[in-house]
Design a protein around this ligand. Structure first.
Ligand code: ADP
Length: 348
């Protein structure tokens, strides 16, 4: 192959720039030119007024400057048009016109489905799992998860220090979409006492009972860590009933949130529970050494696979080493939640 492309798609994650840099280095090493495709699959549709806003030749010297920066130099976005077959056909013709013979796709499982579609249309793709969620079963870690986790651990430690000073509980919401791995490891890493995840059903009453028990035992500053997706695993409840008890009202059940949970806990457990939603700080950090290492090896392997004519693959970590497997098989794998760690955290 003489020319390849690289794109970042879906939610951004720490390490995306490091992966772009690694792809650029390997491409230069093997004498291939590299096209940066902007804003995920949007760039392949060439809808901007200027082509440089969609696809641009990447110069290694420019890329070297951005490797350790958070975010993604290529920008990232969802592209709903790409779900339509006629738009994907249009994308493939643009890709051919640009002389791009293979693409490195850095993104989550949605982006992998897009890559699979491109492969089926004759454009070889290799995926790098850029997402903080750690929700891809075929890899031990996704790119960005380690950084996001470290960021959360640092923040929850700080929140627990203040909780300790004031003897009041904390309720902290972390990211992870439908995956509770960030919440789980944050609890293990900080000693937070109550962990709520999407994978295990829970009820308000149970959280109230457990926090009250902590307080009865003299622990006035316990932390509840809730994964953002855990609202979906909350058992049937009378949310309005709980809120009315604390003179609060929500008009729409979809607005249930960490601040309301803190209000209910404050009322039922007679403790000044304080809510914090950690939000995008988790995605915007400089990559950890682990994520930078993974990005470095993954980018290099992706280029090598393409130049050896091995497309339709995704890169992951198995037994601590970088490896690859077919996209189709990776997408079929079912994630196993670490229930024993969850039980340990919640029972000790
Ligand atoms: P992530 O990659 O982080 O999981 P999304 O699920 O939002 O993020 O997917 C990113 C993009 O991948 C979508 O906006 C769309 O352009 C593309 N994509 C997702 N699913 C498909 C699909 N089934 N077919 C084609 N493209 C898809």
């Amino acid at each position: 192959m003489r020319r390849i492309g690289v794109l970042t798609s879906g939610g951004d994650s720490p390490g995306m720039n490091a992966a772009i840099m690694s792809v650029a280095k390997a491409a230069r090493h093997y004498g291939m030119s590299l096209i940066g495709i902007k804003r995920g699959y949007n760039g392949t549709l060439c809808k901007s007024n200027h082509i440089e806003d969609d696809m641009v030749e990447l110069d290694l010297d420019t890329i070297l400057d951005i490797a350790d920066q958070p975010g993604t130099y290529l920008r990232t976005a969802r592209c709903l048009d790409f779900l339509r077959p006629e738009m994907r056909a249009h994308a493939v013709s643009n890709i051919h016109e640009m002389g791009i013979e293979g693409i490195v796709v850095i993104g989550g499982d949605g982006s992998y489905h897009g890559a699979l579609e491109l492969c089926q249309l004759g454009v070889p793709c290799v995926g790098i799992p850029g997402t903080i969620d750690n929700d891809l079963a075929y890899t031990e870690m996704t790119l960005g998860y380690d950084t996001a986790l470290n960021s959360c651990v640092e923040d929850v430690r700080a929140i627990r220090a203040t909780s300790r000073s004031h003897d009041r509980p904390g309720v902290v919401e972390v990211m992870g979409r439908h995956c509770g791995d960030i919440a789980l490891k944050v609890c293990a890493g900080t000693g937070a006492e109550i962990c709520l995840v999407p994978e295990v059903p829970w009820s308000i009453q149970e959280v109230v009972n457990r926090l009250c028990r902590q307080i009865d035992m003299g622990n006035l500053r316990a932390t509840v860590v809730i994964a953002e997706g855990a609202w979906d695993s909350m058992q049937p409840y009378d949310w309005q009933h709980y809120l009315m008890e604390c003179h609060e009202r929500v008009h729409d059940d979809s607005t249930i949130s960490t601040s309301y949970l803190a209000k209910v806990l404050k009322h039922k457990c007679k403790a000044e529970a304080r809510p914090t939603v950690l939000g995008y700080t988790q995605r915007g950090r400089q990559p950890s050494a682990y994520d930078s290492w993974f990005a470095f090896e993954a980018g290099n392997l992706a280029v090598n696979l393409l130049r050896n004519g091995i497309g339709n693959q995704v890169i992951g970590i198995k037994d601590g080493r970088v490896y690859y497997m077919p996209i189709v098989e990776a997408l079929q794998k079912k994630r196993e939640f670490n229930l024993s760690l969850y039980n340990l955290i919640n029972s000790l």
